[in-house]
Design a binder for this molecule. Sequence first.
Ligand SMILES: [Zn+2]
Length: 432
Amino acid sequence: MCKVKEMEMHFVKRCLLIAFLVSLACISVTAADDTGVTVEIDSDYRVTPESGVVHVTKQVAFINTDLNTRYRRGYYSSFNHYLPENAKNIKAYDTGRAITLRKAQEGYHVLQFNRKVWYGETYTFYIEYELDINRNTAAFYILEYGDNTEVTLEVPSGFDTHLARDGYEVEEKQYSSVYKFQKGMDWKRSCLVSTIRHTDYLVLNDVAHLQERDVRVQIRYWEGEEAWAQQMLDTALTSLPILEETWGMPYPASYDIIITQANITETGGYGGYNQGKKGISILYTSSNEILIHELAHYWTRACNFDQLWMDEGYADLYTYIVLNETDPEKAVERRDRFLQKYENMKEDHDFPLSDWDIPDSINSSTGEKVDFGYKKSFALAYELYEDIGIENMKSTNLQFAASGTPVSEEMFVDMISTSSGSDLTAIEAYIY
Ligand SMILES: [Zn+2]
């Protein structure tokens, strides 16, 4: 079943490493010895669904330990801090008054201290902001820097919470669960927090009028997730006819389609999961691209593909093809991102696609290999599509479906080269 999973990676941008830049004012640096400053942060994330936000408070102790500033040769008076793009109600203040905060580029904010911080001095201040969440779901990052950082996360009881990293302790209180990361941990990577409160499933229904029959599409979702459900339903109704047309095959399954909203533990870390007759599970944070990918798996199954790269490469290729009709800009952006990622990862992660397999669940140690496999499979499928064109794709799709036996790599190459007349040497280089 793992062949039909799609993943959504949540790796931190490396650029966060530079989040910790401080600007040094009024100094002529003479010494070569650069020990820099010390920043201790105490961060508190409070999930408050009744207000529709996660409230974040950071207490920052900025300590000038920069030897270059000894003997009053310089001081610090500002601080660059990265805040998430969607942060709102941003405030900064020290014990006396507000701190001026200016938005710099790419999420960075410059805080102008209310006093000069000379060598050996500590300046303590606070940063607060909020992130929007839904009534029963939240997904956000714990973004931290600092030399000595303590993080507390408080989530109301009744929420099912998943943190994308280890190293915390949980304390169950009367009305909440408190997750605590002690001081001294490495925060070079942010940590995704996924938390949901299961309600009974609500249902949204409609009928897709497809080539051979009407297929009922049912979306099962939690209270408060109406917008998500509607988006999924619309995506399914729009995509299915395009999939039929571009695969050259009517909807191949014999059953109706059930799409169920799921949390990250239910999808094993993947963005979605097509379980055939039992339906598709989609992570509540997944976009419509993931749903198109999962819908495309009805057709990859019908094609009797024997190899993971065929299933996943075709599912992502057809995601591109569908998007290209419904949202061309997004299609091109996604295609280029995938191909670029393939190129970027190739040096460190390359392997022949015939060796590719993926684990039942994704974590940070297996994640990169899985991600590379998807990107390489897409690169293959896209090159094939460019090379032989959609009409040849359709006719070989029909041959795969009619083969009645698992389509091996050899069969795949044979069938395509025979029917399209193309030389597939370049494609084979991805496989072996
Ligand atoms: Zn897939």
